[in-house]
Design a protein. Structure first.
Length: 354
């Protein structure tokens, strides 16, 4: 089933006559358009994609399921949208909650006779459930992520800078036809205690934890993968922390089955870490949705009080971060299937000393 058909069915069930998608992630999701400017107007009868003249050719090449309209100066997007609302007799328009207050004020001023109503989670709810085609694209992005991780880990040795490994990650993805999904994290020694550390000129030293977090966007879909290794020789304390994080990660991946509750999976990771008094050093959510965006809708978190569903793709990434000591994070990408969880990333995750 195409995304437009899914949206039409959801709109009918929720009683929406017209919705306007403006967030880049949802516009790309429904249209496959990868440019930086586009809107999708969906009514009960049709689906229209609107962009400006810069992207007219690209839109024709990428979009199949929506009618395409492009415009150029002196017209602007507000005039074009107003014309389309008038043609379709749009009186009530659902908008995405992600728009800014400034945009909402402008729309109220420009879209005369149209009542603007928040759309809620209709689109994020659909985006959480991936089609088979989407899962296959995520699977390919994960394969490339695994290949990149193997290369990055092969570079980890005493005297190599974080920055050099980070640059090589970016080059690898671009050379293989992908974009970086996010700025890669290469964090050694005390830097590994920072969950979102940027690669620095620090050179890897013996005894370091080294955490590498990388991901790509391939054919519009993302991967997200983290591994941590020890350089030289692991201390008893490093082994204890690593094994507890690994146990949390493995068991939480196994819990991703239809009907499980997202908050319970997150809590299970914390319970395991608390056995060694490490839960206090785990401050972020256990995972997030993965798809068109690296951070797709949904989180595995104490606020995620809802059942998991077949077709959802999640990251599972428990971590422990101790200031002036270092940190460990292990992350895989997992799809929920009718027969249980399928782990899409395959880089070995047992403690590795390099």
């Amino acid at each position: 089933m195409g995304q437009v058909k899914r949206v039409h069915e959801a709109m009918a069930a929720a009683g929406w006559d017209a919705i306007l998608l403006s967030a880049s992630s949802s516009v790309q999701w429904i249209s496959d358009f990868t440019g930086s400017f586009g809107y999708a107007l969906i009514t009960t009868d049709d689906a229209l994609f609107i962009t400006d003249s810069r992207y007219a050719i690209q839109a024709e090449q990428q979009i199949n399921d929506l009618e395409i309209k492009s415009f150029g100066s002196p017209k602007n997007i507000y005039e074009v949208l107003s014309d389309e609302f008038s043609k379709r007799q749009v009186q009530r328009l659902g908008f995405e909650p992600s728009i800014t207050f400034g945009a909402w004020e402008t729309w109220k001023e420009k879209f005369h006779g149209v009542e603007l109503l928040p759309l809620g989670d209709l689109i994020p709810g659909l985006m959480k459930i991936k089609t088979d085609a989407e899962i296959n694209k995520i699977r390919e992005a994960c394969r490339l992520g695994d290949a990149c991780m193997q290369r990055a880990l092969s570079m980890v040795q005493v005297g190599v800078s974080e920055y050099d490994i980070g640059l090589d990650i970016e080059f690898f993805f671009r050379k293989n036809g992908a974009a970086i999904g996010f700025d890669p994290i290469v964090a050694s020694g005390p830097n590994s205690a920072k969950p979102h550390a940027r690669p620095s000129e620090r050179k890897i030293q013996r005894g370091d934890f080294v955490t590498i977090d990388l991901g790509c966007t391939l054919d519009g879909y993302s991967s997200d993968l983290t591994r941590t290794v020890v350089v030289g020789e692991a201390t008893d304390r490093q082994c204890e922390i690593y094994e507890q994080v690994l146990r949390a990660e493995v068991e939480c991946c196994q819990m991703l089955v239809a009907g499980a509750n997202g908050k319970d999976v997150d809590q299970h990771a914390r319970n395991i870490l608390d056995e060694k008094d490490l839960g206090q050093f785990f401050g972020h959510s256990l995972g997030h949705g993965l798809g068109r965006a690296v951070h797709d809708p949904g989180r595995l978190h104490f606020t995620a009080d809802e059942p998991l569903t077949v077709g959802q793709v999640w990251t599972v990434e428990p971590g422990v971060y101790i200031e002036d000591f270092g940190g460990v994070r292990i992350e895989d990408d997992v799809v929920i299937t009718a027969s249980g969880p399928e782990i899409l990333t395959s880089t070995p995750k047992e403690l590795t000393v390099v």
